[in-house]
Design a protein around this ligand. Sequence first.
Ligand code: S3P
Length: 212
Amino acid sequence: MTSENEAGGLKPMAKAVRHALGRQSVILVGMMGSGKSSIGRRLATALDLPFHDADAEIETAAGMTIEEMFRTHGEGYFRDGEERVIRRLLQSGSQVLSTGGGSVISPATRAEIARGGVSIWLHAPLDLLLQRVSRRDNRPLLKNDDPMAVLQRLLAQREPFYAESSLKFESRDAPHEVIVDEILDLIFTYLTAKEAGGGAAQPADLQGSESS
Ligand code: S3P
């Protein structure tokens, strides 16, 4: 049994999560290769919510690929666009949003994410990240001799920001539907505990899932 949205409508857990979310969004953060886009898309299908991939939206808005943006205008130009696009998306209503790995370095974006709903840090071991990002050649920051060293350095810079997320999920190589079901359970437990606590989030009470 999975939570995939079938002809009959939402599976019970997905329905419960939708109800608990109300108008909030689910926002996925984490390093390149952590699975934000592939999991986000399936999570959105399971919840019958719109899915947005911030990287794809930035490319559409700019009319060029991220690689071209980095090459022609530099990283700063990309980051400005990233900040604007994430703000616009999060203000457009309840959704599942997959962010780019570096978006959390912007304080404005972190504030938008915190306001937007439930954020989930998809965490994965560096060797798994490296294995996954090596399958494609589309990430400008990793186009150098030592992508592992770059991943390590970026993770060290970003970890405190990822850790501000509502939840942390240990990602791994498992079927997507298994991961999606586990994330739905996690969100439900989190939102239920939050409601029971009168508004104060208690992620530390969720075994194995606290993000800070
Ligand atoms: C980046 C991650 C990429 C993309 C850009 C920069 C980063 O997104 O936004 O190449 O700084 O970590 P993914 O995390 O979706 O790969």
